[in-house]
Write a protein that binds this ligand. Structure first.
Ligand code: ADP
Length: 188
């Protein structure tokens, strides 16, 4: 099973992706986490993208796609993938489709986590991970980038079906059980 967990910054994608991966035996492919690891290891890629992440802009599609193509070959993903924070543009969604097609795979479900915008800002400001892009100004900018560049990705998947919108408010467990209902209905 291959899933896209989608939603704006602060929607809870990372938290929910971890539970889904654990319970369904899937690999977690989170592009933001991969970039942050490159940055903290000061790899050539990390040095290239650091200022982009700091500014809240998107990393260029070709860089993201090259990284995903390499990552997805790893054994962790042989039983399926939860994509988190990717695809973030329509071009990335098209690129992903091609990568998966070459591997004989497809996306089985696109799960959208819906959370009202005021709550997103609150959550990001209070998550206390010390991320350099979690200041009020940068959060506002990331939400703008989401609206303009990322939200159209939902339409791309709607055209192919398999889109499920889930309410992302309430406790972590409540949100998880909503996701679980969708995934269990897919497996039947
Ligand atoms: P959040 O969802 O809270 O914004 P992420 O960890 O998913 O956090 O992303 C952090 C930053 O990493 C983004 O603002 C962007 O600069 C970069 N990034 C992550 N994934 C992508 C992607 N698929 N395409 C372009 N940039 C990305």
């Amino acid at each position: 099973m291959n899933l896209v967990l989608f939603g704006p910054p602060g929607a809870g994608k990372g938290t929910q992706a971890q539970s889904v991966c654990q319970n369904y035996g899937l690999g977690h492919l989170a592009t933001g986490n991969l970039f942050r690891t490159h940055i903290s290891n000061e790899t050539p890629l990390g040095l290239r993208v650091k200022s982009i992440l700091d500014s809240g802009e998107l990393v260029p599609d070709s860089i993201v796609l090259d990284m995903v193509k390499e990552e997805i070959q790893k054994d962790d993903f042989k039983n399926g993938v939860v994509f988190d924070g990717f695809p973030r543009t329509v071009a990335q969604a098209e690129g992903l489709e091609e990568v998966l097609l070459n591997m004989g795979l497809t996306i089985d479900a696109f799960i959208m986590l819906d959370v009202p915008e005021e709550m997103l800002v609150q959550r990001l400001l209070s998550r206390g991970e010390g991320r350099s892009d979690d200041t009020e100004e940068k959060i506002t900018h990331r939400l703008e980038v989401y609206r303009k560049e990322t939200s159209p990705v939902k339409g791309y998947y709607e055209a192919n079906g398999h889109v499920y919108s889930i309410l992302g408010t309430g406790s972590i467990d409540e949100v998880y059980s909503r996701i679980q209902s969708v995934l269990d209905s897919l497996r039947k």
